[in-house]
Design a protein around this ligand. Sequence first.
Ligand code: F6P
Ligand code: MG
Length: 449
Amino acid sequence: MMAADQIVHGVPPSLSAKVVGSFAYLTVRDRLPTILTKVIDTIHRNKNKFFEEYGEEGIQAEKQTISLLSKMRNELQTDKPVLALTDRLQDTDSWNQYLQRQQSLHGDPESVSWFKSSWLYVECYMYRRIQEALWLNPPISDYDVFNEGKTQSFFESQQAVMALCTHLEGVNKNMEEFSKNQLFEHFNKLLQVSLWGNKCDLSISAGQDNSQKTSPIDSLDSLRPFILVDDSNMVWSTLMSIQRPGQPEKTPAGRVDIVLDNAGFELVTDLILADFLVSSGLVREVHFHGKSIPWFVSDVTAHDFQWTIRQTMAANHKWMSKSGVQWQRYVKEGMWSYHDHPFWTLPQEFCDMAADAPDLYETLKEADLVLFKGDLNYRKLTGDREWDHTVGFDTALRGFGPAPLCSLRTLKANVQVGLQPGQGEKLTSQDPDWMTCGKYAVIQFCNPK
Ligand code: F6P
Ligand code: MG
C-alpha cells in the first residue's frame, strides 16, 4: 500500500514520528507526553478551586477529565489509532471527516496512529483532545489549562515590555517628522522585534519558562546574522503600494491582518508593531486572528488578547499604561479588531483553506498584507513536509495566497524552504540543530498575484 502522502503527485511526504530519531519522533515520544502530564498536574492542583466554584460536581469533573487525559496519554505512548471525537462541538464533524479521509487514504484505520500519521495532524489532535476531555465535563469546560503559564510569561517579561513601550512612545512622539527612509527603519526594527518575539513560545520548551528578560531593541543588530531569509523590503513595498482611491495621500487606507501565535511577550511585540502601523498612518486597520480554544500551550485566545491589553493599561509604568490605553482605544474605535475561526485549530495545511474554510479565505483576501506569526503557522503554510530547502516559498504554499503574505518565524521544526543553494548544507555543518533550536529566523514573503 502506498503512503497517503506519496499519492499527492510531486509533493514530498509529511513529517512524521514514524521516522525514528527525527524531531517529529522525539516530539511525539517525549515532548507531547510531558505537556500532557503538566496539563494533568494543573487540573489536579486546581481541585480546590473547582470545589469552591462548583462543589462536588467540580471534583467529579476534575477526576473525569484527568482520567480521560491519562487514557489519551496512554494511547499516545502505545501508538494506538487516532479516535473519532465524541463531543458535539462546532468543529467535531470537521475533525472526524478529516480522520475518515486519512483512514481511507491509508486503506487501514489502524495505520492512522500517533506515531504513524503526520506529525502536524497528531500534534493538533492532542490539543483538540485536551479540549474534548474538558468539554465532556461541564462545569469545567471553559477552564484554560494553559492560562497559568501564559500569565506567568507575561509578567516575567515586564522589563522587556516596559522597554518596548518606552521605545514606542519615542517613535510615536516624533512620527510627524520622519522621512520615508526613517519610517522604513522604524518599521523594520519593529518587524524584527515581532519576529524575535516568537522565540518565546511555551510549546517548544514543553511549558518551561521561556520569557524575554532584556530589551529586544538592543539585541537586534547582534541577531541580524541569524535571519536566514529577509524579505522585509518586499513587505515595505507592499505597504507603500496600498491604494488610496479618491483620498488625499495622507488619509490612511488599507488593512494588515496578523495571524497571531503566542500570548505573553510575543503578543506584546505584535501589538507594538500594530500600533506603529496604525499610528504612522501606514494602514487604517489591523485585524488580529487568534485561536478559539487553548492551543499549543501558549497561543493567543480572545481572553488572552483582552487580558493583555487590560494588564498593559493597568501597569505601574507611564509608557506601558499609555500604550495599553491607546490599544484599548484602537479596539473601541475599530482600528483594531480580534477574530477567531475554527479553521485555525484544525489540522489542515493552509492550502486546504480555500476549500475547507472558504469564508476565512475570503476574509483574508480583503487584507493588503497578511503576517503569519510563528512556527506552527509556517508548518501549516508549507504543509509541514520534507521539502528541499531550495524549493521556492511560493511552490511550498501550493496555491495558498489570499493576499500578499509574510511569515515571521523563528525555526522550531525541521521544515525550511526558500534558501539559497548550499545554504542549508552550510548551516547543517555549522549547527546541526539549526532548524529546531529557535536561534534562526525568517522574514519570508510571497505575493501570489
Ligand atoms: O516542536 C516544537 C513545537 O511544539 C512545534 O510543534 C510547533 O511548531 C512549535 O513548537 C510551536 O511554536 P510556535 O509557537 O512558534 O508556533
Ligand atoms: Mg505557538
